[in-house]
Design a protein around this ligand. Structure first.
Ligand code: 4NP
Length: 146
């Protein structure tokens, strides 16, 4: 049964904190949702202000989240690890030592990347929010099969 979900992107300040906030807003307290980055540049920082502001527009508060880097203990702890793009997928799976954990890692959107909005503008963050809103609905509808 899926109960613990980790959202992963590169910096853990744009896409994965948004995915965490959106997913948490759709699920009850029996689920534990967290996020992490493959990189460590932003460790300890709160999410990018543009991510905070697009989330706020939709009634979701992610302002208190803190970035951290993914660690090997996450593969043991989480049931499902959702990555934002192909590059995250490669970086995350490269860290896995126990082959049984490989099946926990999935692209959050089956057929495309959630584009990195860091170097973009507000509209890129809006697109990311829309994609993650759809992606999380789809993932929730497939929980039984995961
Ligand atoms: P994220 O976006 O992976 O969605 O959090 C990025 C944030 C920071 C950087 C790259 C992507 N960076 O290069 O610092």
């Amino acid at each position: 049964m899926v109960r613990k979900i980790l959202m992963v992107c590169l910096g853990n300040i744009c896409r994965s904190p948004l995915a965490e906030g959106i997913m948490r807003s759709k699920l009850g307290d029996e689920y534990l949702i967290d996020s992490a980055g493959t990189g460590n540049w932003h460790e300890g920082e709160t999410p990018d202000h543009r991510a905070v502001s697009v989330a706020r527009k939709f009634g979701i508060d992610i302002s208190g989240l803190q970035a951290r880097q993914i660690s090997t203990t996450d593969f043991e702890f989480f049931d499902l690890i959702l990555v934002m793009d192909e590059s995250n997928f490669r970086n995350v799976t490269a860290l896995i030592e126990d082959e049984q954990h490989l099946s926990k890692v999935k692209m959050i959107l089956a057929d495309r990347d959630v584009p990195d909005p860091y170097w973009g503008d507000e509209s890129d963050f809006e697109l990311v929010f829309e994609l993650l809103d759809l992606a999380t609905d789809e993932i929730i509808s497939q929980f039984e099969k995961l």
